[in-house]
Structures are given as C-alpha cells and as structure tokens.
Design a protein around this ligand. Structure first.
Ligand code: PRP
Length: 226
C-alpha cells in the first residue's frame, strides 16, 4: 500500500531550538536544509520516508493539527489554552519552553484603580491571547476590552494603547526593560506533544510509535535526573 508521510508540525523560534535535542533522541533527523534559517522551504524530509516536518508559527502548529493537515505537532500550552480545540489530544508534556503567562501593568502609574486588582471592572488589555484573556477576566467579573496584538505587547501600556498586558514571561527582562511589572500569573506554560484525534484512530500504529518514542525519551531523562 502506498502511504502518505505523516506530518510533524514544529514551531519557529525559540521552541524549535529546544525541540532539536528531543528530535535527535527520537531518531528523527530532518534533512540539512531544515537547519538553514534563511531557507524559504517550509516542508522538510526526514530520515524516515514516511515522516515529514513542517515549520510554522507556534499558533499555526495547533491549527494545522486541529484540522488534520498535520497529524502531530509540538506547541506551547499557552496556544492550546487560547484555542481549546476539541480535535487536539495532548498526551505529553515535553518539559521544554517553560515559562509563565502573566498579567503585567506599568511599574509607575497615576491611576490608583490600576494598582488594585480588586477595583478592576472594565479594563483594556493588549495580548495575543484574546480568548483566554477574556475568559480569565470574565471568571472574576471583569470585562476585558481586548487590543489584539501579535508581538511587542510591552509597548502597549507605554503608548496608552492599553492599561494591562497578558503575555509570556520567562526571565522578566522584557517587562523590566519596558517599565512593566508582573502582577498575576495566569498559568505555568510548557510545550506539549499534540496529536490530531482522527489521525490517532486512522493511523494509530504510526502515530502511537511516535508518541511512544517521545514518552521513552522523557522517561529516560527523568531516570537520568534521579
Ligand atoms: C516572548 C514574550 C516576551 C518575552 C519574554 O517573546 O512575548 O516578549 O518573550 O521573555 P523574558 O521574560 O525572558 O524577557 P518572544 O521573544 O518569544 O517573541 P514574540 O514577541 O515574537 O512572541
């Protein structure tokens, strides 16, 4: 039978670097062009004839997998929380891309209400996570008016585009450099192996082989860390 390759969707940027040792340990070796950051190629062959890799934005990894265009992906739990796609199964926390999703406000502000979260009722928030931000604030009775940005969120409060931001924080240096202060942590974030639920049924042997490979790597790294 002539089988189509399975597609593994990987996110561009920092998480991609963190994925490389995992891929190597899983004996998934992309073609050399994959490591060329200037390459315009988006789909890459691997050492397995029936496994190809695509390299897309982290938000798009979830979308490719949710719609079944890719059977497998690696993406942050922030993205999964934002979309909440029912067609994605996320069996493994890969322990990479660890950071937190936080609410931040300007370090210095004349607005007393902004300093006291108990007084927030309707507030303008810049974020690339409109759904989860709206949900998070609605759960405590606050109406979030969302300013939807795709990067450089930290500029928004400085430029009076919003009062708060919701963004990823790792070292905190981007917040500090832009005169912002973390006020609440919404969630701890890490990258997950994600699977399209239909592919899990229709291509169960191949998909489960890959899940098992990643599970074994995680298991042995926990053993080594003991
Ligand atoms: C992320 C995030 C913050 C920064 C936080 O951006 O959006 O801007 O990292 O890291 P820090 O706490 O260590 O300073 P990233 O560099 O991934 O780029 P992006 O703006 O394209 O999301």
């Amino acid at each position: 039978m002539n089988q189509e390759p399975l597609i593994l969707a990987l996110p561009k940027g920092r998480i991609l670097k963190a994925c490389l040792p995992l891929l190597k340990a899983a004996d998934i070796i992309p073609e050399p062009e994959f490591h060329n950051e200037h390459s315009r190629l988006l789909r890459f062959k691997t050492n397995h004839p029936l496994l190809d890799i695509i390299r897309v934005r982290s938000f798009d990894v979830a979308t490719f997998v949710a719609f079944g265009a890719a059977a497998i992906g690696i993406c942050g739990s922030d993205v999964l929380m934002e979309f909440d796609y029912p067609d994605i199964y996320a069996p493994l926390d890969l322990g990479i891309g660890n950071c937190r999703l936080s609410v931040a406000r300007p370090e210095k502000t004349q607005n007393e209400d902004l300093n006291d979260p108990a007084r927030w009722s309707q507030i303008r928030i810049a974020t690339k996570y409109p759904n989860l931000t709206r949900r998070y604030f609605a759960a405590r009775g606050v109406q979030a008016d969302i300013v939807n940005l795709h990067g450089a969120m930290e500029l928004a409060p400085i430029m009076n585009l919003s009062s708060l931001i919701v963004d990823l924080v790792d070292t905190g240096s981007t917040l500090r450099a832009n005169g912002l202060k973390e006020v609440e942590t919404i969630a701890q974030i890490s990258s997950r192996l994600i699977i399209n639920r239909t592919a899990l049924k229709t291509q169960s042997t191949r998909v489960n082989q890959i899940i098992d490979r990643f599970r074994q790597i995680l298991h042995s790294s926990i053993q080594e860390g003991k």
